[in-house]
Write a protein that binds this ligand. Structure first.
Ligand code: PMV
Length: 324
């Protein structure tokens, strides 16, 4: 195969997102439908760029960050592409060239931006003309949180829904990611969720309570009530992590550095710097603040963490197709 003959699509850029009301657990494993509603902010400074080309081969080829991806990664992507091909009656295999733009060497959730960018690039390669709603559902088949990265600003994904929906402007908000470790997470979120859904006695309460918090969060955003948004986000994150402590066997994503970073955020708040933490399926901590105060909050955090481990993000846009 002569690589120069492959006609690649334009590059698709998709931003990552951070959930303030977390998705945690599948209602339908096979169809990848979420048990509970979630709400996120799309982030402008953590993203993936992907382009795809049809190849004359019986296997898919995947280059990630300039190198041929690991066999396990290729299998995962190919399984996803098989689902897409089956859905749209396509057979051709693909070459995927994908780069992650995360300012530091961090193991930050790249599945959201990764699958959102891939889903769009694949539709370009196969010349499928689908609406963003359907694209969101397609991205969800790769990773549920990816459904939300199709859109910018505040985005919702309702309980058991197939696609995410844009919700509101988020230009008043910023998120500072504290990179505590770049190592891969020890328990994949897919397995962690399954175990929690099946074994944690707290899971039912998690879903019931999150549905209430989801509604309160939407109202707080519309009111422009930053304090309420922050308090709800912090509380929802802690409840998600509490479900893992109730699982059998019990587990947690927190480590000592996570607890320390949570404490720093509480200390800053007690000193009058309003900010709140949220944590996904890993030890790293993200700090929510108002965009007008983001530089000051970052400077305060820099008293505790090295500058290069702090990644300031503002609200980002939905996916974009870049010119060649
Ligand atoms: O979509 P996944 O499988 O990467 O799971 C994401 C789960 C959380 O990041 C913990 C929460 C969320 O809503 O993004």
């Amino acid at each position: 195969m002569d690589a120069s003959n492959i006609k690649m699509t334009p590059t698709v850029k998709a931003n990552s997102n951070i959930a303030l009301i977390k998705y945690w657990g599948k209602w339908d494993e096979a169809r990848k439908l979420p048990y509970n509603s979630s709400l996120s902010i799309t982030l402008d400074n953590l993203y993936t760029q992907t382009s795809v080309g049809i190849i004359d081969s019986d296997v898919d080829v995947f280059y990630f960050n300039g190198e041929k991806a690991e066999p396990a990664e290729i299998r995962k992507i190919s399984a996803y592409l098989d689902e897409v091909r089956a859905k749209y009656g396509k057979t051709e295999h693909l070459q995927i060239v994908s780069n992650n733009f995360v300012p530091t060497a961090a193991g930050f959730a790249s599945s959201a931006c990764g699958y959102a960018a891939l889903a769009k690039a694949v539709t370009l390669a196969y010349e499928l003309e689908i609406a963003d709603r359907e694209l969101s559902a397609l991205a969800r088949m790769g990773s549920v949180s990816a459904a939300r990265s199709v859109y910018g600003d505040f985005v919702t994904l309702e309980q058991r829904a197939e696609y995410a929906q844009p919700f509101a402007d988020a230009s008043e908000y910023a998120v500072i990611a504290i990179v505590l470790t770049g190592k891969k997470k020890k328990i994949l979120s897919r397995e962690a969720m399954r175990s929690t859904v099946e074994t944690s006695p707290y899971y039912g309460a998690w879903v019931e309570n999150t549905q209430v918090e989801f509604e309160l969060m939407k109202q707080a955003i519309i009111r422009g009530d930053f304090t309420q948004v922050g308090e709800l986000a912090e509380g929802n994150c802690l409840k998600m992590h509490a479900t893992t402590l109730g699982a059998k066997p019990p587990f947690t994503y927190f480590n000592g550095d996570t607890l320390q970073a949570m404490d720093v955020v509480r200390t800053l708040r007690a000193q009058g710097t309003e900010c709140y933490f949220t944590i996904d399926a890993g030890p790293n901590v993200k700090v929510l603040c108002q965009s007008g105060q983001a530089e000051q909050v970052k400077a305060k955090l820099a008293e505790y963490f090295t500058e290069q481990n702090l990644v300031l993000c503002y609200a980002g846009s939905g996916y974009t197709v870049l010119d060649k």
